[in-house]
Structures are given as C-alpha cells and as structure tokens.
Design a protein around this ligand. Structure first.
Ligand SMILES: Cc1cc2nc3c(=O)[nH]c(=O)nc-3n(C[C@H](O)[C@H](O)[C@H](O)COP(=O)(O)O)c2cc1C
Ligand SMILES: Nc1ncnc2c1ncn2[C@@H]1O[C@H](COP(=O)(O)OP(=O)(O)OP(=O)(O)O)[C@@H](O)[C@H]1O
Ligand SMILES: [Co+2]
Ligand SMILES: [K+]
Ligand SMILES: [Mg+2]
Length: 518
C-alpha cells in the first residue's frame, strides 16, 4: 500500500508533467502566437465627426512587435457596449487594447465599462489621485478630473520607461487583467504606446514582409499568384492590392511570413511565374530617401547625360543655398513636371545640407484663372508630401510677382523649372535676374539644359509622384482653356475610340508643347 504522502507526491509530479505537456501542445498548435483585439471607443467616430487613426497606428506597431491583431472594433460611448465587447475580447485574445473614453467628461466611461466587464466596481485609486495632483497641481484638481482616478478596483498602473533617459513616465496607463486602456487623443495614445510596447512584444515571432510591384492588371496574374499562395499555404500569407491611380504599377503583392527563408522562396516563385519584366522597381518613400538617392547619382562614376544633368542641377542648387538662406528663397511651383522634379532636387539638397531640419521649403504657386483640378490636387498633395509652406496667388504672373515683393519682402530668389527649349528662355543662365520691366527677383534655373527625355528619366527612375494629366497624354501644362493632350501621343483603336499614351513615351522632344495653344 502506498502512503497518502506518497500518493500526493506522485499526483503532484504527474500534474506538473501533464500541465507541461498541455502547455507544449498549445504552443505547438499556436506556434507561440500572441494575439490582440483593439476596441476604439467614441461616438464621434461612429458619427463620422472624427476619423479613427489610432487603430491603424496600433495595428502597425503591434505587427512590428510580432503580435497578430485579430480584430478591430469601433463602439460608441455606451457602458453596456463597452462591457460586453471588453469581456468578449478579453476571453478571445492575448491582449486587449482600448482607446478613448478615459477623459474627465460625462461621456468618458471606459473605466466603468471595463469594471462592469469583470464584475467589479470603480473606486478612487489613491496612487492615481496623487499622480493627478502632481500632474495638474492640487488646486486645479476639480471633481471632473478626480473622475480620471476613478478606476476598476482590480486595476494596475503601468508606468512607461523613457528609452533614452530610463526615467519613469509621470502619468501611468490603467490596465485590468489583459485589458489596457489608452487615451483616445492620437498624440497621447501614440506616446503612451511607444513607451509601453514591451508589454505586448512577442519575443518568439518576427513577421518578415516583402512587397512586389507588378505592372499588369490584377486579373491577368491572379492565377499565378493563387498557385503560389496554395503552394505555401499558411507559411506565407500573400495579399494582392490593385492601385488604379499609380503611375508605376497596377498591383502590389504583399508577402508575410514568420520565416525569412519561406518568404524568399515564395518571392522567387512569384517573380518567375508572372510575365517577364512585369515586376517593376518601386520606391515607397521617395521623399524620405531623396537625399540618399540623389547623392548616389551625384557621386556615381557614370558620365551619361542623365548623371551629368543631375550633378549640374544639384551644384546650382547648392550654390543658391550658399548665396541665400531658405527664407530668402522660394520654388516657383505650378504642379508642372519640370518644377516637380526641381522640388525633389531642392528637397534632397536641403535634406543633405541641413539634416536636422531647419524649417519648411517655401513654394510660390500663381494659380491661373482656369486651373485643371488635377493640377490643384497635385499641388495640394505635393505640399503635404514635402511639407511646403505654400505662397498662393491667383491671376497674371507679372502682377502677382509685384504682390509677392510687397507681401514677402524677404524673398529675393525664385528657383525655376525653366529649360532652354521653353519660349523666350534660350538666352537664360543658371542665375538670371528677371527682365528689367519685371519685378526684380533672381531667377535660379538649375535644369536649364535638361532635355525632355532626361526630365522623365529622373521622375520615373526615382518613382516620383507627378500630376496625373501627364499619364493621359499631356506633355506640358498651361490652363484648361489652352492645353490639350499632345496629338503625337494619340492612339485610335479599331472602334475609333481615342486615348493617349503617357507623356514619358513622347520620343521627339521637339514637340513637347504641341498640346498648347500658347
Ligand atoms: C518667378 C517668375 C519670374 C518670371 N520672370 C520672367 C521674366 O523676367 N521675363 C519674362 O518674360 N517672363 C518671366 N516669367 C514668366 C515665364 O517666363 C513664363 O511665361 C511662365 O512661367 C509661363 O510658362 P508656360 O507658358 O511654360 O506655362 C516669370 C515667371 C515666374 C514664375
Ligand atoms: N504659375 C506659376 N507659379 C509659380 N511658378 C511658375 C508658374 N508658372 C511657371 N512657373 C515656374 O516656371 C517654370 C517653367 O514653367 P513650365 O510651365 O515650362 O514648367 P512646368 O510647368 O514645371 O512643366 P510643363 O512644362 O510640363 O508645364 C516652372 O517649372 C516654375 O518653376
Ligand atoms: Co516646362
Ligand atoms: K470624450
Ligand atoms: Mg507649365
């Protein structure tokens, strides 16, 4: 007979072994998966008054941390909705992240909702009360603010640690079980998340990704992609995303895997199964990498027209920056191809010369009375992309340059995308004052000797965004009333339907302005 103690001892050992086996089995099944669910709380989002950016931010960061986001839910400021959703998410996912509803007003009820989810109540948390006193000053602490210390009784306070200083953050995040309650204001939420992200990191998993860009329609390659997707099954997740407006590709294929090796194999497989030449190089962030790519061209040993043209333009812009401060200068920018490439060069040179950002580039846009909407849109987008300070006028150029003198007396020089083949421009130099009967500015012309072909080689090899009209046969842009697609790019199909090839396919650079009345 075995004694009771021995039985208990054996039982304990068996129990440990079984638990261990179960744990092993689970982690083998899940492949050490860590999952998350995101709950965005706020009436303003459901009513379309605010656009949620927090879920996008959180998904991106969590993916980078090796966490699989399984679901995002947007709910209103309603106690029961919060409680129900939090309870369900908390049961289904490793981590639950909420954003919103932690402020001082009556409609902020995430703390109460989470308390309800876990069948507990809220109470003033003494440590959080002290934090609020220190943070806002004891005299400013009204009852509304005290509400922010009213948290679930089982809550924990999570303090972030600054990565450089090692200092603890002053204001903690509140969590209950696996639920973490972030503020809704994007800047606060993002700051808090970055400092606390180690709470969520999955050390066992890295998601490797690759993107392939393909200049064929999605349907024409669908079968090939499906074959590869089937072959790799769950080990490589393959996505296909058509882009109807991109000048460089038609479909983006994304690959994602926890194994770099499997990812590489799938990538090779796709490349060899789509038509030859249909995978195109594409730079996702041409603006961020501007200096790097431009100076690679400048410093290369190649001496063809393209490289020499870029080198010369960069040197003119560098000279301009020696003579003038950024405040003394602006770029003449009307959304045309020439000033678009010049904007990029200007940005690259400034990025290189002042890596620590010294302020915005100024751009001058004198809008014609009948601008193309495509041009207007492109100018707006360029301002955002390059973070431009836009100086805007409308009407005749000469009159508005006089207005510029009055309104911006600091500006002495204008960078221009003029080339010698433009009307009245063959006598110009890299630095030419405006004509005597014009308001006096230094015109800086870095691309004076560039050919039409070089302009397009530059725009297209650097994958720069340009005004969409150029993809529809326009080769030089004036206003709506005087500009048409270039007749040499016209194609008429067998049904008599007329369309136009893109501007970069124009061969003879003598007829660049054939679509212009003036
Ligand atoms: C900043 C600036 C300065 C200019 N200076 C002169 C000038 O001194 N003399 C002149 O005839 N035109 C001048 N122009 C007008 C341009 O030469 C040209 O007519 C204008 O950019 C329209 O070009 P487009 O017909 O190719 O669209 C200037 C334009 C700008 C934006
Ligand atoms: N309305 C304007 N506002 C500001 N700058 C202008 C304006 N019009 C012309 N410029 C300057 O003069 C340059 C030459 O004009 P031009 O129209 O030839 O070139 P572009 O508009 O850049 O391209 P495209 O030749 O394809 O129309 C521009 O690159 C720009 O720097
Ligand atoms: Co031009
Ligand atoms: K609120
Ligand atoms: Mg133009």
């Amino acid at each position: 007979m075995l004694g009771t103690q021995t039985i208990v001892r054996h039982w304990r050992r068996l129990d440990t072994v079984v638990r261990h086996l179960v744990r092993q089995q689970c982690s083998a099944m899940d492949g050490n998966r860590v999952t998350a669910g995101i709950i965005i709380v706020g009436d303003e989002i459901l009513k379309g008054q605010t656009q949620d950016t927090n879920s996008h931010f959180l998904c991106r960061r969590l993916f980078a941390l090796g966490v699989e986001v399984k679901r995002v839910s947007v709910i209103g400021d309603d106690l029961d909705d919060i409680a129900t959703e939090v309870l369900e998410f908390s049961r289904n996912y490793t981590h639950v992240i909420t954003s919103g509803g932690v402020g001082p007003t009556h409609d902020d009820m995430t703390f109460e909702g989470v308390a309800k989810a876990f069948s507990t109540s809220t109470a003033p948390h003494p440590e959080l009360v002290q934090v609020l006193k220190d943070y806002f000053g004891p005299d400013n602490l009204d009852s509304a603010m005290m509400k922010m210390a009213q948290i679930p009784s089982t809550a924990k306070l999570q303090y972030g640690v600054h990565k450089t200083t090692g200092e603890r953050t002053k204001y903690p995040l509140v969590s209950v079980n696996n639920v973490y309650m972030f503020p809704g204001v994007p800047s606060l939420m993002e700051r808090a998340f970055v400092l606390l992200e180690d709470l969520f990191r999955n050390p066992d998993v890295t998601f490797h990704t690759e993107e392939l860009y393909i200049n064929r329609t999605e349907s024409s390659i669908a079968q090939e992609i499906k074959t590869v997707a089937d072959q790799f099954g769950k080990s490589v997740v393959i996505g296909s995303y058509p882009d109807l407006h991109n000048s460089y590709y038609q479909v983006k294929i994304s690959l994602e895997s926890t194994s770099q090796d499997q990812l590489n194999k799938a990538s090779v497989q796709i490349k060899s199964s789509v038509p030859a030449g249909s995978v195109v190089p594409f730079e996702k962030d041409p603006v961020g990498t501007a200096a790097e790519h431009v100076y690679d061209i400048v410093n290369s040993k190649v001496d063809d027209t393209f490289h020499t043209s870029v080198r010369h333009a960069v040197s003119i812009i560098e000279q301009a920056l020696d003579k003038y401060t950024l405040k003394d200068m602006c770029l003449g920018f009307n959304g045309g191809k020439d000033c678009t490439l010049l904007l990029h060069l200007f940005h690259a040179v400034v990025q290189k010369k002042y890596p620590d950002e010294i302020g915005k580039l100024q751009a001058l846009y004198i809008r014609s009375r009948l601008p193309f909407p495509e041009v207007e849109l492109f100018v707006q987008q360029a301002c955002k992309r390059y973070n431009l300070e836009l100086i805007r006028y409308e009407g005749r150029i000469k009159e508005n340059l006089a207005a510029l003198k009055d309104g911006h007396p600091n500006i002495k020089a204008v960078l221009m995308g003029t080339r010698k083949t433009d009307p009245y421009s063959d006598h110009l130099d890299s630095f030419s004052m405006t004509d005597a009967d014009w308001p006096q500015f230094m015109r800086v012309n870095p691309i004076l000797n560039w050919t039409y072909e070089t302009v397009w080689t530059f725009l297209r090899t650097l994958c720069l965004p340009y005004c969409s009209l150029y993809d529809h046969g326009y080769t030089s842009l004036g206003s709506m009333n005087n500009t048409h697609p270039n007749p040499s790019l016209q194609i008429v199909d067998s049904n008599g339907i007329v369309s136009y090839k893109p501007a970069y396919q124009l061969l003879d650079n003598g007829n660049e302005r054939d679509g212009r009345n003036v």
